[in-house]
Write a protein that binds this ligand. Structure first.
Ligand SMILES: Nc1ncnc2c1ncn2[C@@H]1O[C@H](COP(=O)(O)OP(=O)(O)OP(=O)(O)O)[C@@H](O)[C@H]1O
Ligand SMILES: [Mg+2]
Length: 354
């Protein structure tokens, strides 16, 4: 049972501030994800928690114990890496037992705990196998078993699924999540995959350039991104440049793409330059029978993706607009035709133009 508190953590490499004054509290038992583009500092931050990277400034606390000066093996963490870091010259059981030897645990106890850890990852009969006899997904399970065998209070994952194929990835993320919840461990998980972060996390911190851009639940980060960066990083969105025409407490009228867009609430004053974020799935087809506001667009291309029908359209001034509809819907419009799209002004997000 461990809550993690990071207080003003900083780490620089030469002129690069890999981690720049990050403060964060991760609750006991929480599945917490660090998400962001390549180079934003995810691995560096995780390695600082693990004890593999020095803390230059700030402090790290597990509950009320300060741990940033402790060596890695005294922090009670299990870590799972992208490349598995399995020793090819040791059997599966020897790999899993590895972390126990440093802890001077009796032989019988080692065997018992290795068997228990392999059972947890559903590889109960694989202890005598060699790594080259295992699939990628099985090796990643071995790596997870090895991190669990020391009975850690905190599990750290650095892109653990990125070497697996798409189907196995979605399967393994469910397993990781269930295992973490059933063991009641606090987990910090690094990924640059937005969907994986949304699926697996209790909360997500979106990082950018070594700093936290936003922290929140998956729903909050996706639906109400605090900045244009988070909005466009978290899944596809239409980001349109616009200008405020008029605003009152109920509604703001904005021109964008040669059309008028209504947004709920007062969003700045007339003449302000803004960015509008319109998620493709918030635009509704067949707006005929619906009396809310509409955008008239010209269809340029349709892509049928099975469960999703993706439409590429243009606004009156030619600005591109993407629409995502459920694949089962009947859409009669063909490329070149005009069509009306319904929308809910409450689902459009406005940011100040940069
Ligand atoms: N040992 C190091 N020496 C010099 N620079 C480093 C070192 N480790 C990281 N950096 C730099 O710090 C920044 C953050 O790196 P980090 O590995 O934490 O990013 P990341 O978010 O994990 O990226 P990725 O998604 O590509 O794994 C990058 O600019 C990187 O080049
Ligand atoms: Mg990394």
């Amino acid at each position: 049972m461990t809550a993690i508190r990071l207080d003003a953590l900083t780490r620089t490499f030469g002129t690069v501030r890999a981690v720049d004054d990050i403060s964060l509290t991760i609750e006991d038992g929480e599945f917490f994800t660090l998400l962001g583009p390549s180079g934003c500092g995810k691995t560096t931050l995780l390695r600082m928690i693990a004890g593999f990277s020095d803390v230059e400034r700030g402090s790290i606390w597990f509950d009320d114990r300060r741990i940033d000066q402790l060596p890695a093996h005294q922090r009670n963490i299990g870590m799972v890496f992208q490349n598995y870091a399995i020793f090819p010259n040791l059997t599966v059981a020897q790999n899993v037992a590895y972390g126990l030897h440093a802890r001077k645990i009796a032989r019988g106890e080692v065997d018992r705990r290795v068997a228990e850890a392999l059972a947890m990852v559903e590889l109960p009969d694989h202890g005598t196998r060699w790594p080259h006899e295992m699939s990628g997904g099985q090796l990643q399970r071995v790596a997870i078993a090895r991190s669990l065998v020391i009975k850690p209070a905190v599990l750290l994952f650095d892109e653990p699924l990125s070497n697996l194929d798409a189907q196995l990835r979605t399967h393994m993320r469910v397993e990781i999540r269930q295992l973490q919840k059933s063991l009641g461990l606090t987990a910090v998980y690094v990924t640059h995959d937005q969907e994986e972060a949304l699926a697996i996390s209790d909360r997500i911190a979106v990082l950018r350039g070594g700093r936290i851009e936003q922290v929140g639940t998956p729903e909050a980060i996706y639906r109400t991104p605090g900045t244009a960066f988070v909005g466009s990083f978290m899944g596809a969105t239409n980001m349109l440049a616009g200008m405020v025409e008029a605003s009152d407490d109920d509604t703001t009228r904005i021109t964008a793409g040669g059309a008028t867009v209504l947004v709920r609430g007062r969003q700045g004053a007339a003449g302000d330059r803004v960015l509008l974020s319109i998620r493709p799935e918030t635009l509704r087809l067949a707006a005929d029978g619906h009396d809310g506001p509409q955008l008239v667009v010209r269809l340029t291309l349709r892509e049928f993706l099975g469960p999703i029908l993706r439409l590429h359209a243009t606004l009156p001034d030619g600005t591109a607009l993407r629409v995502a509809a459920l694949g089962g819907q009947e859409v009669r419009a063909t490329p070149g035709a005009e069509m009306a799209l319904g929308y809910d002004p409450a689902q459009i997000i406005v940011y100040p133009a940069p």
